[in-house]
Design a protein around this ligand. Structure first.
Ligand code: PSU
Ligand code: MN
Length: 311
């Protein structure tokens, strides 16, 4: 049911590290031509770390892990590409549509493959308004045993509520060289992570322990936007507040909310949020590549042994 492109399929067979990348950020989150820059910088970041990048999407109804170059072009052109979250996967497949997958849908697909690490910008979460709007990213994180690298949750969200939900759902939030949950475009939210790791090997060790305990949840690894590109929190809050007012006035609803707010914040920050977005996407892809490599090393070092039995 799920197609891997030849290079990704080959890498998985040879047990080389692979990092999945979502496509909704390319087809809905970022405008042309920033989306191309994002794709190029993310793929280069993964490759630079020694891993294989696999952009994930539904292509003419086929769930695909690793887009071929001509397929990626179609998603960068954005025409006729649906935003596909987890519940939209089946309709997109049955209707042979082209769909760009969100964090939730990408997780749902890679949880059925051997790809263990996934890089994105920021996860969805609990929206500030309307109060019942909560991204499907959260429940998919709760049932997809994979490593997700991001810069926290998007700053347009209610971050304290999002962290509370992650706690309830049992998702470890690992700060990579940081103690505070990053606020996507801003370095920090003043909210604590649940554990800290200093190296990719430490992340790999936590991931291994999480799986050995039989846990099903994703491991959420967060790192702040690179300092030179980040936006100060006070300034960002002003832009987010204005974006939320605009969305309310125009009655923006459902899956249009996230793309609308991101575009409004970009206008308000005169493009600085876009530069921050590109920088953090690249940094997350690099870190995901290094974690995938560390997980591969771990595997190689583990001598297969018969499972212990209680006597
Ligand atoms: N972060 C971005 N741009 C995006 C998204 C996140 O900088 O476009 C996308 C991701 O794909 C995320 C989705 O999974 O928005 C969440 O949308 P929603 O709130 O509708 O679940
Ligand atoms: Mn929503």
């Amino acid at each position: 049911m799920i197609r891997h492109t030849p290079d990704v399929g080959e890498a998985l067979i040879q047990r080389r590290p692979v990092v999945a990348l979502e496509s909704s950020v390319l087809a809905q989150g970022l405008p042309i031509p920033a989306n191309r820059e994002a794709a190029e910088r993310m793929m280069a970041g993964v490759a630079g770390a020694g891993a294989v990048a696999a952009v994930t999407a539904v292509v003419d109804g086929v769930p695909t892990i690793g887009l071929a170059p001509d397929e990626l072009e179609r998603f960068l052109a954005r025409e006729g590409i649906r935003k596909v979250s987890s519940r939209d996967l089946a309709p997109a497949v049955a209707q042979r549509a082209c769909g760009a997958t969100t964090v939730a849908a990408t997780l749902s697909l890679i949880a059925r493959s051997d790809v263990r690490v996934f890089a994105t910008g920021g996860i969805g979460g609990v929206h500030r308004a309307p109060p019942f709007d909560e991204s499907a990213d959260l429940v998919e994180l709760a049932r997809s045993p994979r490593v997700v690298v991001c810069a926290g949750a998007k700053s347009i969200l209610d971050l304290p509520a999002t962290l509370e939900r992650l706690e309830t759902l049992g998702v470890p939030v690992i700060g990579y060289r940081c103690r505070e949950f990053p606020a996507f475009f801003s370095v920090s939210s003043a909210l604590p992570v649940s554990a800290v790791a200093e190296t990719p090997d430490e992340v790999a060790a936590i991931e291994r322990a999480h799986r050995a305990l039989g846990r099903q949840e994703a491991l959420l690894v967060v790192q702040p936007c690179p300092a030179g590109a980040a936006i100060p929190r006070d300034e960002l809050e002003g832009a987010v507040a204005a974006a939320l007012r605009e969305a309310a006035a125009l009655h923006v609803r459902g899956s249009n909310v996230t793309p609308f707010l991101l575009a409004a914040v970009e206008r308000a920050t005169e493009g600085r949020s876009r530069r921050a977005n590109l920088a953090l996407l690249e940094a997350n892809a690099q870190l995901a590549g290094r974690i995938a490599v560390a997980l591969g090393r771990d595997d190689a070092a583990t001598v297969p042994s018969p499972s212990p039995r209680a006597s």
